[in-house]
Ligand binder design. Structure first.
Ligand code: SF4
Length: 367
């Protein structure tokens, strides 16, 4: 699994604390630095395998065709793409033009993930998203005409001032598009973002917990009625269309992250991160000292719980030492009794009701 972080956005959304820059001048220098990093970490990349590649950001669709091609030419010069590999590119709806999409025809991207966030133009404006709801609809059409049927759409709920009725309308509009994959996240109020400052000044309010839960429940009900499998807390897929890349993260597989701010994991004990500093990345031409973290046994257990319980595949007790198994079983018992968790053999998993309470349950399962 290979992740490539493209640290550029055309403008910044007011809720976002992801690492990205609006500088347009350093993009060629970034591609050179990234190619350097790919060569430098070739062994690690081969170990992580190209069964999935994910171009995320930032906004990868802000790159030109030539820049995207340079990335793939370099990457596929050091590792071979596996049969059936999922290759995802995140796109912003207003970057999706017929010209851009047809220019990508010789690049092995076969899945597009699009941050739509809302189908209500008032919220899109409030969040400083660049697109309109109409552009989002057009983008889906353009993608399908260009042969990209494997689409995922991201939505956000719990936006300031969003009522349950407005959210229902968003969900219904998105579901009617019949895309194979949906992700929906409740708005996170990240300290330091312009939106958080508006909250501090009392200009916007947080959605109350009950409304937020009702929004989540509505999404689950409608998605399941329309043939989506609710396979992870925030993710829904038509049969056979689960995201392979993200599923690999939740299955605890090894991955390599390239680009500033990208994380890597060896699939065992070691996590590392490229510092989120574009200038340093450019100055050192992609070769920067990674911050390394060796996970303790306790941290590994907690990671297993956090990843395993996110999905309907659940937490595999057989992968834990006896001591941790016992702890997990004891902590799960009251939740099983309440019907928020199920145990089948060695697998513990959350029920739909458990997904709604997942934060509390996961924190109960910790050491
Ligand atoms: S486009 Fe995505 S990464 Fe860029 S500012 Fe908006 S939410 Fe953040």
């Amino acid at each position: 699994m290979i992740y490539i972080h493209i640290p550029f956005c055309k403008s910044r959304c007011i809720y976002c604390d992801f690492f990205s820059s609006t500088l347009s001048t350093s993009r060629d220098a970034f591609i050179n630095a990234l190619r350097n990093e790919i060569h430098n970490r070739a062994d690690e990349i081969r170990h992580a395998r190209a069964n999935t590649i994910y171009l995320g950001g930032g906004t990868p669709s802000q790159l030109t065709y030539v820049q995207v091609k340079e990335i793939f030419d370099t990457l596929l010069g050091v590792v071979s793409l596996e049969n059936g590999a999922e290759v995802t590119m995140e796109c912003n709806p207003d970057d999706v033009t017929p010209e851009f999409m047809s220019s990508l025809a010789d690049i092995p991207v076969n899945r597009i993930s699009m941050g739509v966030q809302s189908m209500n133009d008032n919220f899109l404006r409030l969040l400083n998203r660049r697109h309109t709801s109409l552009q989002a609809l057009k983008a889906v059409e353009i993608l399908r005409s260009a042969g990209y049927d494997n689409l995922s759409i991201d939505l956000m709920y719990g936006l300031p001032g969003q009522t349950l009725e407005l959210w229902k309308s968003d969900v219904d509009k998105i579901i009617s598009l019949d895309v194979p994959h949906l992700s929906a996240y409740s708005l996170q109020w990240e300290e330091g973002t312009p939106l958080f400052k508006m909250l501090e000044k009392g200009e916007v309010q947080e959605t109350d917990e009950d409304t937020s839960v009702s929004m989540y429940r509505y999404l689950i009900r409608r998605a399941m009625e329309c043939g989506y499998e609710h396979y992870e807390i925030s993710n829904f897929a038509k049969p056979g269309m689960r995201a392979k890349h993200n599923s690999g993260y939740w299955r605890d597989e090894a991955y390599v992250g390239l680009g500033p701010g990208a994380h890597s994991y060896d699939g065992a004990y070691k996590r590392s991160c490229n510092p989120p500093d574009l200038q340093r990345y450019l100055n050192n031409e992609g070769i920067i000292a990674q911050e390394i973290e060796i996970l303790s046994e306790e941290e590994l257990y907690e990671e297993q719980v956090l990843k395993g319980l996110r999905t309907i595949d659940g937490l595999n007790l057989a992968l834990m030492s006896e001591e941790y198994q016992e702890h997990a079983i004891n902590m799960a018992a009251p939740h099983i009794e309440r019907g928020t968790m199920i145990r089948s053999g060695n697998i513990l998993r959350l029920t739909e009701e458990g997904f709604i309470l997942s934060n509390d349950i996961m924190s109960d399962m910790m050491l």
